[in-house]
Structures are given as structure tokens and as C-alpha cells.
Design a protein around this ligand. Structure first.
Ligand code: MLT
Ligand code: ZN
Length: 477
């Protein structure tokens, strides 16, 4: 492989090819530390031509590539194998804002721009990039699109794929597909960009994208609510939608147990309302004139007042300023970190039709408690779009490894409930390496066959992110 590394150094420059274990360590395991690998090298091209040249060289040498963005996957989606045979291709140096168009409301950004930086670029131009996830400070646009990230604003603006108008992609043989179109309407054959969005880096490497923006936000109103039940959360959602569905940008759920973990593990957090079994964070926004700010806050206050009177809420706090708004959001955004600190945890990233949420919570909780007495059930997530992170944390003081040994039984128990309710076992985080074993039973037959045919057509040698999505024996077919 020396000659491949030499060729890569010539094509990309010496500093773009890392082989020292001290330098490659940060690219070799995932955020959750579920997987750890040893790459042949980490390469960091500066531009699309560099990505294309590197992919071509790897294809000629028959060496697999693991495309990597911010490395924030929850399912081991971007980790190299541990035999030193694969190349990690990091997009982190491709950080340009290529264009921002205030007439068409679009931005063209390169894959290595973090989501938070892209949001800030949009705000600077007076617009809104309506995609927000907890890891946005590290997650990069390429990975966000490759995994079709969802997050907090899905109920209003859809998932990442709904924001993509055009893509630039390096294909498995090193060709560049230049599809950076800005068109809001374009029915010209297959919508190829959508094949790459959500493909988890298995079909091509996204190097840049044209994203749809919204008019800039002029005012926000944010509330933290305490509720007696999940049924009442659905009632509150219905109330808000009936009053002003367009203003509702986020409707996030936190269980009492999951908030307790945040308060215990994350410094500087305090619950702004009375203790309760369920909490909802409501975020409303408008792009109207300044006067709209007062009416937005009035609207939210009015709805909360009615909900309190109807017994749907037991307490509510309306953020009085930006600092308070950020403090409310901090409690929600720190959930993943708090659970990581609280010990061994198991993530069930599931979705069900909204009306089935109370049944899901009740049945999945009972099933898990029956298997592991003392288990800490810590669900939270994007209730407004039906996606709950039904996360499970080891009993206090228990042995983490012993708890994780029960992962399969616990995940199967939750999956049985989700299947009964016609839901998904992978709503937001993707399949990665973690959930390939579930693909046959959930997407087997015609559907998995179609996916394999697309993979074989676009990456016949299976060199792009080879161990994700497909069950092992199928990937080798
Ligand atoms: C979130 O919404 O914060 C996440 O997707 C993280 C998680 O499941 O832990
Ligand atoms: Zn999430």
C-alpha cells in the first residue's frame, strides 16, 4: 500500500495524508466509543478535485474509503475497520461558502462546513437555515446530508432531504457529478440528489450542496412546560397547531427521568418549572415585522393559559429574554451528553405515528422494566414529528458491561412494540454499523433487494463505507 500512500501524497500534498496513530486517533472511533478502528491513513483533501483524485486512486488500488464529516454518528456510521486496510476521507478542510442567494433563498456550501457555521452564514445574510440538531457545532453539512439528519425543526421544515436543491458528488470511480442546481422546480428524470441523501456515504461522497433557506427570523417565543401525560402533550400540540401552525418551529419532548439526568450531570442547568413526569419545549418563531414579536409571545402565552386551565399542563415558563431561551434549550441539547456521562446506555432511535406515542411510551417502558429492574428509562426527542429517542441507562451503581450484555434483549423488546405500532427502528440516526442486523427483518425482501441493486450499480466493488446499512453477508454478495 506504500505506493497508494505515495500517490495520495503527490495528489493531495504531504500534509493532507495522516498516518501517525497520534494524528489519526480522533478519526478512528465514534462519538459513543462503540467502535474503534485503525485506518491505513486519514486523508484531508482541500477541494472537490482532490476528493475525486483520491477516490480514483483508491478505486484503482481496490482500497475502501470511509467518508467522514464531524464524526458525530450515533450508530457507528463513519469508523474504519481495525485491520489497517481502509482510508478515512475527511471533508473537514472543505469549508467554503460558495454562494448565498437572497433572491432564490439558497446557499451553496461545501461539505466540511459545520451545521452551526452554515446557520450563522445564513443569519448573517438575513436568512434562516431551518435545520437544527444537538451536535450542530461539530456535525458537518456532508454528513448531515449523507445521513438525512432531522432534528428539532422537522415538524415545520422537514428533514435534511427536504432542504436540498442540488448536490455535487464524487462517485465511486472518481467521476464528479455536478448537480449544484438552484431550481425550486426541476422534474427532469430521476431526482438523483435524493439517492445520495441518506445513503450514509455508501453511494458517493457529497462535496457541496445547494440548500433551501427561509426568510430570517425576527422574533421567537419559547416555553418550557410540565405535563402529566404524553396524551396531554399531543393535546398541547393540537392547540398550538390550531392557533398558528406556521409559527411552531419545535415541539421537543423530555421525560422526567431524562431531565433528572441532565440536571445531575450538566453544570449550570436548572429546571425552570415544577417537577413533572413529562416536559415539552415549545419554540415559536416569525419572520414578520417587529410588531409580530409581541403578538407571537401573546399567542404562546394565550395557548399555554388555556392548556393550564384545561389541566393539560401543570406548569409552564415563558422565556423572558434570549439568555433564558438558551437556558431552556441547553437542558434539551445536553441530553445526549448527560446520558453518556451517566453510564452505559442503549439508544432506540424510533418513530411511530403521533397518535401511537402514548401506547409506545407505556408499552416500551413496561417491557424494559420487566427485563431489567431498576433500569433508567430516559426517553426524549422530537415528539412533534413522532421521533422519540427511547434511551435506556444502566441502573444506578450497576455494572455497565453487564447492562450492555442485555442490549439485544432490550432493543428487541422495544422493537416489538414499535413494529406493532407500524413505526421505524431507525428514525433519525441512520443504520450505520450498529443496526445492520435489523435490516433483514425490517426492510427485507423486495426493499432490501432494491437497495442492494442501487449499491451495486453505483459502487460495484463496494469500496464506499462498506460495512454500514447492509447486513454483513449481503454486503459480500
Ligand atoms: C438528539 O436529538 O439530541 C439526539 O438525536 C441524540 C440522542 O439520541 O442521544
Ligand atoms: Zn434527535
Amino acid at each position: 500500500m506504500t505506493s497508494l500512500l505515495d500517490d495520495l501524497r503527490v495528489a493531495l500534498g504531504d500534509s493532507a495524508v495522516l498516518t501517525d496513530p497520534g494524528e489519526t486517533a480522533g478519526y478512528s472511533s465514534d462519538w459513543r466509543r462503540l467502535y474503534s478502528g485503525r485506518p491505513l491513513a486519514v486523508i484531508r483533501p482541500r477541494d472537490t478535485a482532490g476528493v475525486a483524485a483520491a477516490v480514483k486512486l483508491c478505486a484503482e488500488a481496490g482500497v475502501s474509503i470511509i467518508p467522514q464529516g464531524g464524526n458525530t454518528s450515533m450508530v457507528g456510521g463513519a469508523v474504519p475497520s481495525d485491520d489497517g486496510s481502509e482510508i478515512v476521507l475527511s471533508l473537514e478542510r472543505m469549508r467554503a461558502l460558495r454562494e448565498i442567494d437572497t433572491v432564490d433563498l439558497t446557499m451553496t456550501v461545501e461539505a466540511g462546513v459545520t451545521l452551526a457555521a452554515a446557520q450563522a452564514m445564513a443569519v448573517e445574510a438575513g436568512m434562516l437555515l431551518p435545520l437544527s440538531i444537538s451536535s450542530e457545532g461539530s456535525a458537518q453539512i456532508g454528513g448531515v446530508l449523507a445521513t438525512n439528519a432531522g432534528g428539532n425543526n422537522t415538524l415545520r421544515f422537514g428533514n435534511a432531504r427536504d432542504l436540498v436543491l442540488g448536490l455535487e458528488v464524487v462517485l465511486a470511480d472518481g467521476q464528479i457529478w455536478q448537480g449544484l442546481r438552484h431550481l425550486h422546480k426541476d422534474n427532469t428524470g430521476y431526482a438523483l440528489r435524493q439517492i445520495f441523501v441518506g445513503s450514509e456515504g455508501t453511494l458517493g461522497i457529497i462535496t457541496a450542496a445547494v440548500l433551501r433557506l427561509q426568510p430570517g427570523v425576527t422574533a421567537r417565543a419559547t416555553a418550557f412546560c410540565a405535563l402529566p401525560s404524553v396524551e396531554q402533550a399531543l393535546a398541547l400540540l393540537a392547540r398550538l397547531r390550531a392557533r398558528d401552525a406556521g409559527a411552531l418551529h419545535a415541539f421537543e419532548y423530555m421525560s422526567g427521568g431524562s431531565v433528572d439526568l441532565v440536571l445531575a450531570e450538566i453544570e449550570g442547568t436548572a429546571c425552570p418549572v415544577d417537577p413533572a413526569p413529562h416536559f415539552i419545549l415549545v419554540d415559536c418563531a416569525t419572520s414578520g415585522p417587529q410588531a409580530a414579536a409581541a403578538s407571537l409571545a401573546d399567542m404562546l402565552e394565550g395557548v399555554l393559559g388555556e392548556a393550564l386551565e384545561a389541566g393539560e399542563l401543570t406548569d409552564a415558563a415563558l422565556a423572558q429574554n434570549d439568555a433564558q431561551r438558551l437556558a431552556f434549550w441547553k437542558i434539551r441539547e445536553e441530553h445526549a451528553e448527560a446520558q453518556k456521562r451517566a453510564g452505559a446506555s442503549i439508544k432506540n432511535d424510533i418513530s411511530v405515528p403521533l397518535a401511537a406515542l402514548p401506547d409506545l411510551m407505556q408499552a416500551a417502558t413496561a417491557a424494559c422494566q420487566a427485563l431489567v429492574p431498576g433500569i433508567r428509562i430516559a426517553p426524549f426527542g422530537h415528539l412533534g414529528d413522532g421521533n422519540i429517542h427511547f434511551n435506556l441507562v444502566q441502573p444506578e451503581g450497576a455494572d455497565g458491561a453487564g447492562f450492555l450484555a442485555q442490549s439485544d434483549a432490550l432493543m428487541d423488546a422495544v422493537a416489538d412494540v414499535v413494529q406493532r405500532l407500524s413505526g421505524s427502528f431507525s428514525a433519525e440516526h441512520g443504520v450505520g454499523r450498529l443496526k445492520t442486523g435489523m435490516m433483514k427483518s425490517w426492510r427485507g425482501g423486495v426493499e432490501l433487494g432494491l437497495m442492494q441493486r442501487i449499491k451495486a450499480a453505483l459502487d460495484p466493488a463496494s469500496l464506499l463505507n462498506p460495512r454500514v446499512i447492509f447486513p454483513a453477508e449481503q454486503a459480500e454478495d
